[in-house]
Design a protein around this ligand. Structure first.
Ligand code: ATP
Ligand code: MG
Length: 367
């Protein structure tokens, strides 16, 4: 899988830019605030239909402009694809693949997959559960269209139920609508749990291998899926999961109404990371945190390869310069095959380490 060409029009600080890429390694360098991350962000958009940095397409439109266009020429599954996104211009977002309108943004993931890695991800282990959920969701949405659809539906229901809980003190009649929301959330929630359990199982084995290699075999990395308490087996049958989710909601009915928050459901899931059996969030040192985060990200890439048969595009945003030489070398050796994009600052001596095309970005222009 690779991106051969990308074209940006009024996207972030790019007015109009077309770039042809190297099939293996692309080093993107430039001073701060010139557009390096924006270029990687455009690639993320072409693989998921949206940015990893913002939920609002408006932010992606170049200041004072009406809309943006992105186009990518992608080689995957032994075929050529042209994916296009057009947003703004007072219309609904339009996505086409080889000229055919896509039904959902997730159709883009059938063509292009990306794994994005930035310095903030090095804290993935130490942050709250939402960062780890986002990591799992981003991977799964690209791998499983049914998961992406269920997640969108679940988030819609969750927002709606939260509004009801917020307003029901003034409008007690709204409480009568809750059972319907609870049932639909249990049904879509069970789909999320089904996929998360399987993904985390694969992640655990790939990440443990990566962590072992990177730490010189000193520590054992373990992952544990933490979901709704009443769920006895996340691998269990769909019907049973729904029953158990409904039971948890029943137990929290009054607490939800009095706290005006949605307390029950897989939107609270977490991925517990253990180092030699100890919770990494509480006990890991900085170095251990970095190695574990690195292992998770590289493991996600391996899973894409296993499921899809091709490596996804690896986007390393400023992350290599944050790593010590030993971990840098580990990442670079791990890349093996597949296309990679690496951003770095001018003064970094990284380009001497890497073989590939070097691009310089200055004020939204690539040379
Ligand atoms: P750093 O090395 O600091 O990470 P960078 O090259 O990755 O820098 P980017 O994050 O790509 O920088 O941002 C480049 C510039 O794009 C920023 O100065 C930002 O203000 C600008 N920018 C962001 N969104 C828009 C937009 N919608 N329209 C115009 N410019 C924008
Ligand atoms: Mg940047």
């Amino acid at each position: 899988m690779r991106i051969d060409r990308i074209k940006l029009e009024d996207f972030r600080n790019y007015a109009g830019q077309e770039v042809y890429f190297d099939p293996v390694c692309n080093v993107i360098c430039g001073e701060n605030a010139q557009g390096k991350t924006n270029l990687l962000e455009a690639m993320v958009c072409l693989s998921t239909g949206r940015s990893h940095r913002t939920r609002s397409d408006r932010e992606l439109i170049r200041f004072t402009r009406e809309g943006f266009r992105l186009e990518g020429e992608i080689h995957s599954r032994d075929r050529e694809f042209t994916s296009r996104i057009e947003a703004g211009f007072g219309k609904k977002k339009r996505i086409t693949i080889n000229g055919v309108p896509a039904k959902a943004a997730s159709d883009l993931s059938a063509v292009l997959n990306t794994v994005f890695f930035c310095p903030e991800d090095l804290q993935l282990i130490k942050e709250g559960a939402s960062a780890r959920r986002r990591f799992i969701d981003t991977s799964l949405c690209q791998l499983r269209p049914r998961y992406a659809a269920a997640l969108t539906e679940y988030q819609r229901l969750h927002e709606h139920k939260t509004r009801i809980l917020r307003d029901c003190a003034d409008r007690p009649d709204l409480i009568a609508t809750l059972p319907d929301f609870n049932l639909r959330m249990a049904e879509t929630g069970a789909i999320l749990i089904h996929y998360r359990a399987r993904f985390i199982k694969m992640l655990a084995s790939c990440a443990a291998t990566a962590h072992k290699e990177c730490s010189g075999g000193r520590e054992e990395l373990g992952l544990q899926y933490k979901t709704v308490k009443t769920v006895s087996d996340p691998f269990g049958d769909h019907k049973l999961l729904v029953v158990q989710l409904l039971e948890h909601q029943r137990q929290h009915h009054y607490a939800e109404i009095s706290s005006r928050q949605c307390l029950s459901g897989p939107h609270k899931d977490d991925l517990e990371v253990l180092l030699d059996g100890l919770n990494a969030r509480s006990y890991a040192s900085q170095g251990q945190t970095r190695t574990a985060a690195l292992a998770l990200k590289l493991a996600a890439r391996e899973i894409h390869k296993e499921v899809i048969g091709e490596y996804p595009i690896l986007l390393l945003d400023d992350v290599l310069s944050e790593l010590d030489p030993k971990r840098q070398e580990y990442v670079l050796n791990r890349i093996g095959s597949g296309q990679v994009f690496i951003t770095c600052c001018e003064e970094d001596r990284l380009h001497s380490l890497l073989k590939g095309s070097v691009y310089r970005v200055k004020n939204g222009v690539v040379t």
